[in-house]
Design a protein around this ligand. Structure first.
Ligand code: MGD
Ligand code: MGD
Ligand code: SF4
Ligand code: MO
Length: 727
């Protein structure tokens, strides 16, 4: 018998004719959801579904994962390698051998004339770990430029630098399971429901079983702020003051964990002396919140035992991004909340393989968290690759944000861009455009040829994307998960790993080195390099089959171990020589561009759930793009009234760098003196941003600068956009 809804109005699922399901890990964000791609009879991808037995997502997917089968043959995919003699000139399609010969000979010619470091490589957090490792081998072992970095400098660099300063090594110590155990969750500058929907679902699931308080620190009333128990809408860029003040109250009230501090940390005296300057009355004024809230949150956190903190771009993308991360680590060290179930300092990462690049790409050092500065590490890797260690630089080269100024000054003449789109994602895009125009030779290697950077390229290499190739991603909780090659490669595109190892053949010394053919072969090689005494990043106990059957394994997993490791530092032993973590004194220096009479609004930027970054994928998926097809900004209705601006009208925003035109969405989500623009749109928010840099991580402060606005008519807005498109 049929009851209720089923009887009245049965839901019919379209039969997509799936004949086979293939295992993959989502290629968008760092949550790392396990999914299966449904192939039809002709082996074409037609749909995706979550994997019910996966520890991360237990069958769930967000809108991006659910529509991901549509990215393979989306408009704009690159079909053939292409070359041309000058930017803005006419492209000619070519074959792979000719394209790779051209790339190698041009890079060598520039290096011969101007020195090895005159070419730069900028990579990504979105290719497979095995591909990162191969790129590292090519750049460090053959091309030999030290100016090799990635878009993680726009993203996770402050978290990496902060972990290194506090714990002596990168590596997020916690995991998603911590939500099940914590008694207090402090979230700073992170909007989980939109940016990490399935981690958010894990939080909600934990809350259903057991209530614990959530504190959300964000100048906007985000979806996360709306469900939090306490929302602290602080003045942009003042998290460090708040965190120092929380520590002040914890010490004042004697809520610190003395035994943990004495046994596992250094630097308490200097730290306590600095924190002494951040009494809640003074701090509240700087942070734009009240004294009472600071005391309440500090006591809540100090008494919770265990308590945990998570953070994302609201912390990292700031002039004190790294100090903010260290201040979060300080808070957790003084309360003994590291390496405990429910007690941790968990940086929520961004891209699907932001972790893989940190671990294996060698872009800030050598593979496996090894450092260029360490002679033993240079020796180990040199021997393993059969490269003279003297060929490696002895310290890291320029960061992505310093590579562009070095192009401006003529120090760098050639640039290879792999799977990133700096024309849209770097701050101050008018300056980036001029910089790219100066290059003697620019290579763009992207799955989509309509990516904005291609305009400035001399060579375009069409890459295979996601499940068109095989390999691993590492997610936020250090879980290595697999994507099987299950979809036919689009047109004449090639996996990035294939491009790297075939380009390598153009360097003579490559015959003395090993570039395995298969991803699994590369993974087996990486396993050998991951082993060793005191090596935290040990993956030697993993195999592709084990990863697939368990739906992802958390490193470390040394050989012989039956499973991965949920948490780091459970024994309180850190990666500094004496095994102790560092409590750091972190003075706050106010150095942001702030609103003035001429530029009265804070400009904040970030993301929305339906889009991913510069929209090379989601912009073409109807069920994602339809929710926000037009560049827009959030504006407070009271401020709009004062400025004579109406809902759905257009405004021109002006900063000291440039201007941009957006549609207005009135919402109480933002305070009166702030506007917020999702950064997904080309020629939009980053025409305005300043991007002052954090001194340690060189990460731009994307989220803080000042703008003014002028209402403009719809036809003028259309004309403005057309002009940019024609350019
Ligand atoms: N849907 C979707 N999901 C994504 C991505 C995507 O493009 N789309 N990208 C992925 C990537 S690479 C990343 S890095 C993550 C980013 O994930 P999130 O960091 O969560 O996303 P954002 O929207 O950039 O920024 C989060 C919040 O920081 C707040 N913020 C601004 N200034 C400050 C401040 O001074 N202090 C504090 N405490 N908060 C502030 C903003 O108001 C915003 O709500 O998302 C990942 N997931
Ligand atoms: N104003 C402002 N700016 C920001 C941010 C912000 O919050 N505000 N956030 C910053 C952050 S956190 C990040 S991570 C950056 C992201 O900035 P980008 O890295 O520039 O953004 P994406 O659009 O993800 O670029 C990735 C490119 O790789 C291509 N691609 C995807 N998969 C593959 C593949 O397998 N192989 C190859 N070769 N190509 C592939 C895609 O088509 C796309 O062109 O933006 C930063 N910029
Ligand atoms: S939460 Fe992230 S990993 Fe999971 S389906 Fe959505 S985009 Fe993919
Ligand atoms: Mo990111």
């Amino acid at each position: 018998m049929l009851f209720g809804r089923r009887r009245k109005n049965p839901i019919k699922m379209a039969d997509k004719g799936v004949t086979e399901w293939k295992y993959a890990t989502c290629g968008y964000c760092s949550v790392g959801c396990s999914l299966e791609i449904g192939l039809n009879e002709s082996k074409q991808p037609v749909t995706t579904r979550g994997v019910a037995t996966a520890p991360v997502n237990q069958g769930k997917l967000c809108i991006k994962g659910l529509t991901e089968a549509q990215i393979f043959d989306a408009v704009g995919r690159g079909r053939e390698p292409k070359l041309r003699d000058r930017i803005y000139g006419v492209w000619r399609e070519t074959d792979w051998d000719t394209a790779l010969d051209d790339v190698a000979s041009k890079l060598k010619a520039i290096q011969d004339k101007h020195g090895r470091d005159s070419v730069a490589v900028i990579s990504t957090g979105q290719i497979m770990t095995e591909e990162f490792y191969t790129l590292g081998k090519l750049v460090r072992g053959l091309i030999g430029t030290n100016n090799y970095d990635g878009n993680t400098t726009l993203c996770m660099a402050s978290a990496v630098a902060g972990y290194k300063r506090s714990f002596g090594s990168d590596g997020p110590p916690g995991c998603y399971d911590d939500f099940q155990h914590t008694n207090c969750l402090l979230a700073l500058g992170s909007n989980l429901p939109e940016q990490h929907p399935i981690i958010y679902w894990r939080v909600k699931e934990a809350l259903e079983k057991r209530k614990f308080p959530i504190v959300c620190v964000d100048p906007r009333v985000t979806m996360f702020a709306q469900m939090a128990d306490i929302h602290l809408p602080i003045t942009p860029g003042t998290d460090l003051v708040l965190l120092n003040s929380l520590a002040y109250v914890i010490l004042e009230d004697g809520l610190e964990d003395r035994t943990y501090i004495d046994a596992h940390t250094n630097g308490f005296a200097e730290f306590a002396a600095e924190v002494e300057r951040y009494d809640p009355v003074s701090a509240a004024k700087i942070c734009g919140i009240d004294e009472d809230s600071i005391r309440t949150v500090a006591r809540l956190y100090g008494q919770a035992k265990p308590a945990m903190s998570i953070w994302t771009m609201g912390i990292n993308q700031s002039t004190h991004g790294t100090d903010g991360v260290c201040a979060i680590n300080n808070l957790n060290l003084i309360t003994g909340n590291i390496g405990k179930p429910g007690g941790t300092s968990l940086s929520i990462t961004g891209q699907c393989n932001a972790m893989g690049t940190r671990e294996w790409s060698a872009c800030s050092g050598l593979p496996g968290y090894r450092q260029l500065e360490n002679p033993k590490h240079r020796e180990e890797v040199g021997r393993f690759w059969n490269v003279d260690p003297a060929f490696f630089p002895t310290e890291r080269g320029l960061f992505q944000t310093d590579i562009f100024p070095a192009i401006e000054t003529g120090q760098i003449k050639g640039l290879w861009i792999v799977a990133t789109n700096p024309m849209t994602s770097m701050p101050n895009s008018p300056r980036i455009r001029k910089t790219l125009e100066k290059l003697e030779y620019c290579i763009v290697q992207d799955a989509y040829e309509d990516v904005e950077c291609t305009k400035f390229a001399h060579a375009y290499l069409p890459a295979a994307v996601w499940a068109e190739k095989e390999g691993c991603f590492t997610n936020t909780e250090r879980r290595v998960n697999l994507t099987r090659a299950s979809v036919p490669r689009f047109a004449n595109s090639r996996p990035d790993g294939w491009i790297f190892s075939n380009l390598a053949k153009r360097w003579e010394h490559s015959t003395q080195m090993n570039f395995p053919e298969s991803s699994e072969g590369i993974f087996e090689e990486m396993k050998l390099l991951s082993q060793g005494e005191k090596r935290m990043l040990d993956i030697s106990g993993m195999t592709y089959d084990k990863i697939e059957s368990t739906r992802g394994i958390q490193w470390p997993m040394p050989e012989g171990r039956a499973s991965g490791t949920a948490r780091l530092y459970t024994d309180g032993v850190f990666q500094f020589l004496d095994g102790k973590a560092k409590l750091l004194a972190l003075p706050y220096v106010e150095n942001n561009e702030r609103p003035t009479n001429d530029f009265p609004f804070w400009l904040n930027s970030g993301r929305v759930v339906e889009h991913f970054h510069t929209r090379t994928k989601t912009g073409k998926v109807g069920n994602c793009n339809k929710f926000s097809p037009t560049p827009y900004m959030e504006m407070n209705p009271d401020a709009a009234k004062e400025q004579g601006v109406e809902h759905m009208s257009y405004v021109r925003l002006v900063s000291k760098r440039g201007d941009a035109v957006v549609m207005v969405q009135l919402t109480q989500r933002v305070p009166r003196d702030m506007v917020f623009i999702p950064f997904h749109f080309h020629e939009c928010v980053n025409r305005l941003t300043l991007g002052l840099l954090d001194p340690y991580s060189r990460q731009p402060a994307f989220k803080q600068c000042a703008v003014r606005l002028e209402p403009i008519a719809q036809d003028e807005a259309a004309k403005w956009n057309q002009q940019l498109r024609d350019f």
